[in-house]
Design a protein around this ligand. Sequence first.
Ligand code: URA
Length: 295
Amino acid sequence: MANELDALISVLEKMKNSGIPTVPISPENLDFLEHYSPSRTESAPVSHCPPRDVPPKNSEENGGSQTKNYSPTEIPTIAFHGPQKKIFSSKQEHWEDLRRRVLENETLKKHVRPGKNLVFGVGNLDAKIFFCGEAPGADEEIQGLPFVGRAGQLLTKIIAAMGLTREDVYIGNIMNWRPEMDTDTGNRPPTQEEMQHCLPHLIEQVQIVKPEAIVALGATAVSGLLGYDRGRKMSSVRGNWHEFCGIPLMITFHPSYLLRNGTNRMKRVVWEDMMKVMERVGMAISERQRKYFLE
Ligand code: URA
């Protein structure tokens, strides 16, 4: 058992050093680890990514041990804070803690212009669908909220066409700050390094929400989530299922691309991607919805 635990600890430490801040852990596993490694406070069994919701074992299967029965949304998660681990009893508690850690982070704050804000994700912590953009723009850094400018208004319309509201889904960005430019206007895409810096916060949001599908909006978000690949073409990866943290990932065009190329044909392309997402998460699609943007 000691060898297995050492191997586990070494994997955990590597993950932690590579910037993975949290790991989900079931109450049973936590009890087990506490029992076998009482002197260690930093280690926990991990998967890089959120486990699909597995019902907790009942006490009979457990050999009668006393284990709290958690509902899927209550399964505790763990975040590493320096040398300490923190266990949260609800998604809301974990999300608020993460949000505070991001918004009060001095290193992140250094990237924000005077009077502007860092941006953290918003939405339903039990959402089935998690939309992921690249970085805040001018409107977002003023309001401190993702997707509230023109592209955001179009995203809101896409969500409405799916029969949902922004409160039904989760919306986040890889970046927490608007990438700096020499001029006050315009945006630039974040670099891979910038995205790598912020990605752990996005991963932790995914781990909290545990969505059934993630939608990557645009090529930059795809590079941030899946890593840069010179040969990757949006035309061949969009509309197909990929995977991020073990969760199905749909790639589609960014709403700002639609604002520039808003032909019915292009709207239909994005809409077909959204219908795939709806199907994947078990949403009904009406006959009327199936015909949107058909010429
Ligand atoms: N574009 C993004 O990728 N994210 C936003 O929040 C706004 C625009």
